[in-house]
Design a protein around this ligand. Structure first.
Ligand code: WQD
Length: 341
C-alpha cells in the first residue's frame, strides 16, 4: 500500500514540484489549495509529467469542516504544509491576513491532524526567521527575529511546533528553512508563475527576458559586497523538492522535531544572476540600479551542513541550471499558466 501525503498549497510553485518527487519516490498525494496564487491547470501539467493526476481539494486550511472531511476520507501518513501567504511587502500592509492564514490556518491544520492521529508534518519555513542577520553562512542555531509580519508568522509557527513537540514527542515535525527557491522542472511544463507583478528577482528577470516587462530595477548597488549588490542563496526548486522527500524518508527511522536549512551554502549577487540568466537565455536583460529596497540585507546564505548530516540531502544544481530551467519554462509559457485552461 503506497503511503499517502496531504500537500497543502500543493498547486503552488514549490508544492507542485514536490508532488512530482513524491510520486517518483512511491508516494501518492492529495493537494489542498485555495488557488489564490496558483492555477488549476497545473494538474494537467503534473499528469503529463508523472502520469498521475493528483486529487485537488479546493479550499482553505482555515476551513475546519473541510479539513475534518478530508482527513476522514483519506488515510494520510503525513502532511507537507506549504499553504500560506508569502509576500514580505504585502504582509506589512495586511498583517491580519498573514496572521489569519499562516498562523490560525496552521493551528486549524494541526488540530485536524491531531484528531485524525496524523502526526508527521513537514513545515515550509523560511530563512526569513533569521531576521537581519549580520553575517553569513547561517546555521540553524542563529538567533531568530522578525522583520515583517510574514517573517513573524513563520517564527510564531516554528515556536508553536516546538511547544507541540515538547508536549508530545510522538509528533514527527521537520521545519525546513528555505533560502531563495528559483528555477523550474526541466520539462518546462511547470515553473514559478506568480500572479501580478513578481516580488522576487528571478521571475522578474524571466519576465523581462520574455518581453513581458521592459526593465529590471536592481534595488541598490552600494552594499558592502564585491559588486555592490546583495548576495543570496538561490536554490533550485527541484533540489528543494528532493529535500522534502528526504525529510519524509527521515521519519521512516527517526522521530521528533528537526529544523534544517535548505540552501546551497553559497551566495550569488543580483548582477551575477543577471549575467548567468543572459548566458542561459541569450537575451540581454535591461536593468537600472535604483535605491535600496527597505528590509533587504546585504548577504544571506545557508550553512547546509545539518541537512546533509540529518537528511543525507545536498543541493546539487548550479545557478546556471537554475537560470537555464527558468528560461526553458518562461520561454515555453510567456504568460505563465494564467491564460491557459
Ligand atoms: C533577492 C535580491 C533584492 C527583485 C524573499 C523573502 C524570503 C523568501 C524568498 C519566502 C534582493 C533583489 C529583487 C527585484 C532586485 N520568500 N531584487 N530587483 O528578498 O532575498 O527573499 O524571497 O519565504 O522570505 O524575503 O528575495 O528575490 O525578493 O530578492 O534587485 O525586482 O534581489 O533586493 O537583493 P529575498 P528576492
Amino acid at each position: 500500500m503506497k503511503k499517502k501525503v496531504l500537500i497543502t498549497g500543493g498547486a503552488g510553485f514549490i508544492g507542485s514540484h514536490t508532488y512530482i518527487n513524491l510520486v517518483s519516490a512511491g508516494y501518492t498525494a492529495v493537494i489542498l489549495d485555495n488557488l489564490s496564487n496558483s492555477n488549476p491547470c497545473i494538474l494537467d501539467r503534473l499528469e503529463s509529467i508523472t502520469n498521475t493526476k493528483p486529487e485537488l481539494i479546493i479550499g482553505n486550511i482555515n476551513d475546519a469542516a473541510l479539513l475534518e472531511e478530508t482527513f476522514s476520507k483519506h488515510n494520510f501518513s503525513a502532511v507537507i504544509h506549504f499553504a500560506g501567504l508569502k509576500a514580505v511587502g504585502e504582509s506589512v500592509e495586511k498583517p491580519l491576513d498573514y496572521y489569519n492564514n499562516n498562523i490560525s490556518g496552521t493551528l486549524c491544520l494541526l488540530s485536524a491532524m491531531q484528531k485524525a492521529k496524523v502526526k508527521t508534518l513537514i513545515f515550509s519555513s523560511s530563512a526569513t526567521v533569521y531576521g537581519n542577520a549580520e553575517s553569513s553562512p547561517l546555521k540553524e542555531n542563529h538567533p531568530r527575529s522578525a522583520t515583517s509580519p510574514y517573517g513573524r508568522s513563520k517564527l510564531i509557527v516554528e515556536n508553536i511546533l516546538e511547544d507541540l513537540s515538547f508536549s508530545d514527542p510522538t509528533w514527527n515535525i521537520a521545519c525546513l528553512r528555505y533560502f531563495n527557491p528559483v528555477g523550474a522542472h526541466p520539462s518546462g511544463l511547470i515553473g514559478e508563475d506568480p500572479k501580478g507583478t513578481p516580488n522576487n528577482l528571478m521571475p522578474y528577470i524571466a519576465q523581462v527576458a520574455v518581453g513581458r516587462r521592459s526593465s529590471l530595477s536592481v534595488f541598490g548597488g552600494d552594499y558592502n559586497t564585491p559588486d555592490g549588490t546583495c548576495r543570496r542563496d538561490y536554490i533550485h526548486v527541484v533540489d528543494l523538492a528532493e529535500g522534502h522527500v528526504a525529510a519524509l524518508n527521515y521519519y521512516n527511522s527517526n522521530s521528533g522535531l528537526i529544523t534544517v536549512n535548505l540552501g546551497t551554502g553559497s551566495g550569488v549577487s543580483v548582477l551575477q544572476v543577471i549575467e548567468k540568466f543572459e548566458e542561459a537565455s541569450g537575451v540581454k536583460i535591461n536593468y537600472s540600479i535604483t535605491s535600496r529596497r527597505s528590509g533587504d540585507v546585504a548577504e544571506c546564505w545557508a550553512d547546509p551542513t545539518l541537512a546533509k548530516q540529518r537528511l543525507g540531502w545536498v543541493a546539487r544544481r548550479s545557478i546556471e541550471d537554475m537560470c537555464k530551467d527558468t528560461w526553458n519554462w518562461q520561454s515555453k509559457n510567456p504568460t505563465g499558466l494564467s491564460d491557459q485552461q
